[in-house]
Design a protein around this ligand. Structure first.
Ligand SMILES: Nc1ncnc2c1ncn2[C@@H]1O[C@H](COP(=O)(O)OP(=O)(O)OP(=O)(O)O)[C@@H](O)[C@H]1O
Length: 324
């Protein structure tokens, strides 16, 4: 089956006064059809850079130095800006942390939900009906009446549900959700995640879900990609990565989290030390400076190794463990 999103060897740099900042290096990941893939990593690991490269809304000083971003078999990096505009919001939709970014404050929710359907050949009444149905699906009570209200008249959780409804309205193949529930309280977060999972199943789309919240990733995602300082350091099924983490960084994240993934920790646990300077990267393994298992081999950059089928990590210890 063809992957919805297939990123291979993606490297993105920013031009800065200090020199080239290598925000992403040789990043590869696949979002299979009808799967939810989570990306986890601490601030600065390159999550936003990755999203901006996929949807091609990059900062002016950003440059794709290498790699391919294939969307349903087609290279997105070769598409024109106009073609990308046509894709965003239809085949690829997005939900961000702050739904106010998505909503227009001066238009009613109904008007905005009808506007997104401008491509569909439906009557006004049909569009309104679809908007109502979608609001009901994401769990907005009394949706018909609420279509006439403005975004500020809704609570934060309701606004985020509306943002999800709007993003799914076009029945995208891929939904990119960037910390969509981070600003909400835990109970709301669980409700929204459950609803998102159900809707994903109904619509049959794939989701790339970015979160700092290990518990949410564990609950929602099929697969997880762990990023560190611009590299994918571990990837595999949620089960493999969370139950038998292969990279010392992933292990540190899970060990630092007292209740492991069951605790509702908002932020990633803190690991002593900081990420390396991406302008002057050290040679060898990027995590070496903070790694409790650092050894001589780490002076050489580890290539991804398979810990088990479908579960890879970039750490020299994996080979050693397999040999042992
Ligand atoms: N326009 C830019 N110019 C220069 N450096 C940038 C720019 N945008 C991001 N960076 C740098 O690139 C690196 C990756 O940043 P990015 O925002 O992608 O990380 P992130 O994982 O999304 O972090 P956060 O969770 O804090 O948003 C960081 O070192 C950041 O300072």
């Amino acid at each position: 089956m063809m992957a919805v999103l297939d990123i291979q060897g993606l490297s993105v740099s920013y031009a800065t006064p200090r020199g080239e900042l290598k925000a992403l290096r040789d990043v590869s990941m696949i979002v299979p059809e009808r799967k939810i893939v989570g990306i986890v990593g601490e601030s600065g690991c390159g999550k936003s850079t990755l999203i901006s490269a996929i949807i091609r809304l990059m900062a002016p000083n950003a440059r794709v130095a290498a790699g391919d971003v294939m969307f349903r078999g087609e290279d997105l990096l070769g598409r024109s800006a106009a073609q990308m505009r046509g894709l965003r919001g239809t085949e690829i939709s997005m939900v961000f942390q702050d739904p106010m970014q998505t909503h227009n404050p001066v238009l009613t929710v109904g008007r905005q939900m009808m506007d997104i359907q401008y491509r569909d050949r439906l009557t006004k009444a049909e569009k309104r009906k679809r908007a109502t149905e979608m609001l009901a699906l994401v769990g907005i009570p009394d949706p018909e009446a609420r279509l006439n209200q403005y975004p500020f008249e809704f609570s934060g959780g309701m606004r985020q549900r509306i943002a999800i409804a709007m993003a799914l309205m076009a029945k995208p193949s891929l939904l990119i959700a960037d910390e969509p529930t981070t600003a909400l309280d835990a109970t709301l977060e669980v409700q929204i995640i459950k609803r998102l999972r159900e809707l994903q199943d109904d619509i049959g789309c794939s989701i790339l879900f970015i979160s700092h919240h290990l518990g949410v990733i564990a609950e929602l995602c099929d697969e997880v990609v762990v990023m560190y300082a611009g590299e994918v350091i571990e990837a595999g099924s949620v089960r493999d990565v969370f139950h038998t983490p292969a990279h010392p960084y992933t292990r540190a994240l899970l060990e630092c989290d007292p209740g492991h993934i069951r605790e509702k920790t908002r932020n990633l646990p803190t690991i002593p030390g900081s990420i390396p300077d991406l302008v002057n990267l050290p040679g060898g393994c990027v995590f070496a400076a903070r790694c409790p298992q650092r050894h001589a081999a780490c002076a050489v950059r580890p290539e991804p190794q398979f810990a088990s089928p479908g579960h890879r990590a970039a750490c020299h210890l994996i080979k050693a463990e397999v040999r042992a």
